[in-house]
Ligand binder design. Structure first.
Ligand code: HAS
Length: 543
């Protein structure tokens, strides 16, 4: 892609990979504290490092990587004008400034509130102001992407938009609609409360607005991985996109169903009528469908690629896949992980089973498989070709081999860590807790072995992080100069033509808004009418 656009994308990538290192270091320290074998030095609190870990990995790394990757895709497919590039840089600096503000607040111990910043836990105002700036910066990226596609459409009347640009726009629409909830709670509730302008906060409303944002957030992470699975992996395996329409349909379904489902994070919360919890659980089961469509589509893509190479037996296509190519292998490891990870999600969403796992470390196991493996291994898989193609270097054999080792290390570390988290969760071990013997409770003794395995898995993962950060800097500064392909697949000639209505933005945005209003209006009115008095804040109570 254009050199100037490349610089913009790389600026995002530096923040993402530095965040990976800092966040990963905090992660391994956490598992060590929880194992009971290690105490943090210099009076550093457990919740301080837990907050750094959550915010920097779940919010900073993801947002910067995704916004950067999406700019690369837009630049490649629909182009970027000078003016758009300027606005993209403006958004970047605002996001970076917000990140630094939030990071400083956490590091000086004034925001021990975890990434979900659940009221009544209270942080210093700059924590919330910094996060609000990250969101505002990302909105500038959203509108830049919308403008890029709009301009392209203007110059290509009647033409179907490029698949990857269409996907980016859906993801940014999803992000924009979802972050309105976050902006509302931060601007109307958290900032005035933390500044002392009001004494109390309505906890239920703040958590509801958080989860209105918090669930689509996980699809904002997932969809860029799906972009690579649908439109880049087929090229890497020497195949074609199975169906352009199916890919677009899956993305539209994510837009519609990923937002009106936040209550599945609040199933144990009092003050929400069970009927509305039930309705949102049904909608949660709807948002599983596009992932099942994706699984189907990936199998079809693999099989067609194998058959086109002459493999005829039932599972012959399996052998035709380029298992030794890290650009394929890392995302494929992510896909395979998504089978148990997604199954775990379905368990979480099932109301009765949620009572068993909610607030246990099972949930932590779930999201380390989903975002911490499926998504992040796909992002690593993207980096192996994206970074050298932007820096004008070659994806060498050395990078390929190190990347393969990195993927194995990650899978082993995650299998041990996340596996023990799932089991300990079923045995009742709570999440978000430091090491404790719980007053000599017999049940708690069952958890200790699993907590030690989490530390072992976490340490293996940290080796994986060091390796990945090394590979990143090697690809940027040391790999031999040369050309690396930016792979983009074509649609299979046997696919049906894409119907025009898939690009009817008014229709999809209209249905999305209608579903949100349906799922949230009545419960929200209930909350405002029947809420208990607001809560004062708790600061620095947990360390
Ligand atoms: Fe989740 C909690 C339900 C997916 C992330 N989730 C979380 C939290 C995070 C998170 C971060 O209903 C914790 C938040 C917190 O801090 O409290 N989740 C679901 C459901 C899905 C799901 C139904 N989650 C994700 C994804 C995430 C993510 C994706 C990040 C990226 N989750 C929940 C619920 C909770 C929850 C409850 C709250 C629990 C509680 O009580 O606190 C679904 O979207 C999953 C659908 C996925 C599938 C898998 C399809 C498989 C595919 C792979 C195909 C493989 C191929 C390779 C082709 C059905 C697409 C084959 C090759 C071979 C060789 C075999």
């Amino acid at each position: 892609i254009n050199k100037d656009d490349g610089k913009l994308v790389m600026a995002h990538m530096y923040v993402a990979f530095i965040s990976l290192f800092i966040g990963g270091l905090m992660g391994v320290l956490q598992t060590m504290v929880r194992s009971g074998t290690f105490t943090l030095p210099f009076g550093i609190g457990y919740y301080q490092i837990l907050t750094v870990h959550g915010v920097i990995l779940a919010l900073v790394l993801t947002t910067f990587f995704i916004v950067g990757f999406q700019f690369a895709l837009m630049s490649k497919t629909v182009g970027m004008s000078d003016q758009q590039r300027e606005s993209a840089w403006f958004g970047y600096w605002i996001m970076l400034f917000g990140t630094i503000t939030t990071a400083i607040t956490i590091l000086v111990g004034k925001a021990n509130v975890l990434y979900t910043f659940y009221a009544p836990l209270k942080a210093y105002p700059t924590f919330y102001i910094g996060l609000a700036l990250v969101v505002i910066g990302s909105w500038i990226a959203c509108f830049t992407n919308f403008r890029q596609l709009a301009l392209w459409k203007k110059h290509h009347p009647g033409e179907k938009s490029p698949l990857l640009a269409y996907m980016v726009v859906i993801n940014m629409l999803l992000w924009f609609i979802a972050t309105l909830g976050l902006a509302a709670t931060v601007l109307i509730q958290f900032i005035p409360w933390s500044l002392g302008m009001v004494d109390t906060i309505n906890v239920l409303v703040s958590r509801t607005l958080f989860w209105y944002f918090g669930h689509p957030l996980v699809y904002f992470w997932l969809l860029p991985a799906y972009m690579a699975w649908y439109a880049i992996i087929p090229k890497i395996i020497g195949g074609k996109i199975f169906s352009d329409s199916l890919a677009r349909l899956a993305f539209v379904l994510f837009l519609m169903f990923s937002i009106p489902v936040g209550f599945h994070h609040q199933l144990t919360e009092p003050g929400i009528d069970p009927l509305w919890k039930f309705i949102q659980v049904v909608l949660t089961f709807m948002v599983i469908i596009p992932s099942l469509l994706t699984a189907f589509s990936m199998f079809a893509t693999f099989e067609l690629a194998g058959r086109s190479k002459g493999y005829t037996s039932l599972f012959g296509w399996f052998k035709a896949l380029p298992w030794k190519d890290v650009r394929f292998f890392a995302p494929m490891a992510g896909m395979i992980t998504f089978i148990p990870a997604g199954t775990g999600g379905i368990i979480n969403a099932s109301h009765q089973m949620n009572q068993v796992i909610h607030n246990t470390i099972w949930v932590t196991g779930h999201f380390h498989l989903t975002v911490g493996t499926t998504v992040i291994l796909t992002f690593f898989g993207i980096s192996y070709w994206l970074i050298p193609s932007l820096t004008g270097r070659r994806l060498t054999k050395k990078v390929n081999t190190l990347g393969m080792i990195q993927t194995f290390v990650w899978m082993i570390g995650m299998f041990i860590m996340s596996g023990s988290m799932h089991i300990a969760g079923l045995l009742g071990a709570p999440r978000r807790s430091s090491y404790s013997e719980y007053g000599g409770s017999e049940q708690a003794t069952e958890w200790i072995g699993y907590q030690i395995s989490q530390a072992i898995g976490g340490s293996i993962l940290f080796i994986g992080i060091i390796l990945m950060v090394y590979i990143f800097f090697y690809m940027v500064f040391a790999a031999p100069k040369g050309y690396t392909e930016f792979p983009m697949a074509e649609v299979s000639e046997n696919a049906e033509p894409t119907p025009k209505f898939l690009e009817n933005w008014k229709l999809w945005i209209g249905i999305t808004i209608a579903l949100i209003l349906f799922a949230y209006t009545v419960p929200f009115i209930d909350m405002l009418h029947h809420s208990p008095p607001g809560s004062p804040g708790f600061e620095d109570l947990i360390r």
